[in-house]
Design a protein around this ligand. Structure first.
Ligand code: SF4
Ligand SMILES: [Zn+2]
Length: 371
């Protein structure tokens, strides 16, 4: 019997629960309450769906964090007041938004406001309904043209979204949803996010009926997958989204951050972030099949504690630049030339039985080492 053989009683459901439990156990935000002010503010230029370039202000407000933080790669709960009771009041959320939309002298001009809360904007446990609507009023009064928030799809329902959209008036709304993968095993067990296909498709329908734009995030190589499987996962997921008529898709190659399952797997030699050439391969295949434009985020960071997708020192910067350019132009010619370091990627199908066995073995490695 191999050392980490799959226990015969282990099922996907059991695996999902154990991975989710571990993810929650690893969460820590410390015991010190962080100040009631946005933990991130930045200005840049982005391309709108109609091709225009617009100034954007991106703000992450200090909050109590995600109310379902089971995802195996997500480090957000380390950065806010997650788990610290009463650390973030509703008044503080509103106050932070009030201060965010006041135009100060010398501030770069912007038409787009991305307002993130390290979780789901429409989850009532994270932002109560009346606070959500009040935020919409503040944003509408501030002369912003487009508001971007993020949410799990189960919170995006008609009774919640309709009053919010009404209060926004002329401001166009975009909701980012981290579907991560169209494959149920990858999404619900390996990424361990709480998104069902039914709730996702319902949310898209509600958004379409209210004139709200979706932006869907897909992961490249979630924990427990190989680079070869990751390519298939991306292609199948983009295929699924294109079939639903979704235009705005963004790929997020996994980065490995502390206090996550991904970090522990990496420490134990059971996982590495995707090679940058795997990302290139996935994009090439998506482009050939569907001519869908995908952008990439997460390729570089100023966060020295995280491990980002990489290649060799000779090509890594070149590949990242090329991927960013491709996100802008959608031209295959902008994808990078080859490099001697590019590992052969054997693109394989998603064999659920094999993936489940491997994930159980890798999880057992962590459990045995007392993680
Ligand atoms: S739902 Fe979003 S914020 Fe919450 S743990 Fe998952 S990725 Fe992080
Ligand atoms: Zn190289």
């Amino acid at each position: 019997m191999p050392e980490y053989a799959l226990d015969s009683s282990a099922t996907v459901k059991d695996l999902r629960r154990r991975i989710g439990d571990l993810s929650l156990r690893l969460r820590t935000s410390g015991t010190q309450t962080k100040p009631a002010e946005p933990r991130f503010v930045d200005y840049d230029l982005i391309r709108l769906p109609n091709g225009d370039v617009a100034g954007r202000k991106k703000v992450i407000i200090m909050s109590g964090g995600c109310s379902v933080p089971t995802c195996t790669m997500c480090p957000f709960t380390n950065l806010n007041n997650y788990g610290i009771n009463g650390a973030t009041s509703h008044d503080s959320l509103l106050d932070q938004v009030r201060r965010t939309v006041v135009r100060t002298e010398g501030e770069p001009s912007y038409q787009v406001l991305s307002l993130y809360n390290d979780g789901s904007f429409f989850a009532p446990r994270e932002i109560p309904r009346d606070v959500q609507v009040e935020i919409a009023r503040l944003v509408a009064a501030a002369g912003v043209k487009r508001l971007v928030v993020e949410s799990l799809p189960q919170f995006v329902t008609e009774p919640v979204l309709a009053p919010f959209v009404r209060a926004l008036g002329k401001v166009r709304l975009e909701i980012g949803i981290g579907l991560q993968s169209a494959d149920v095993l990858v999404r619900e067990t390996l990424v361990n996010t709480r998104i069902s296909q039914v709730s996702f498709e319902r949310a898209l329908t509600v958004m379409a009926s209210l004139g709200v734009d979706p932006k869907i995030y897909l992961m490249v190589k979630p924990p427990f997958l190989t680079d070869g499987e990751a390519v298939t996962d991306v292609v199948q997921s983009v295929d699924y989204l294109a079939g639903l008529g979704v235009q705005g898709m963004t790929l997020c190659p996994t980065r490995v951050s502390r206090n996550t399952v991904a970090w522990e797997l990496w420490q134990a030699g059971q996982y590495t972030p995707p090679n940058l050439w795997t990302v290139v391969e996935a994009i090439r295949r998506v482009h050939q099949r569907l001519a869908v434009r995908v952008a990439c985020v997460n390729l570089r960071g100023t966060d020295f504690e995280s491990v980002f997708p990489d290649a060799c020192p000779l090509c890594a910067d070149r590949v990242v630049d090329a991927l960013m350019r491709f996100g802008e132009t959608g031209e295959a010619d902008d994808l990078p030339e080859d490099c001697a370091c590019r590992p052969p990627v054997e693109v394989t199908g998603l064999d659920h039985a094999a993936i489940t066995t491997r994930a159980a073995r890798q999880l057992a490695v962590l459990e045995r080492s007392g993680v």
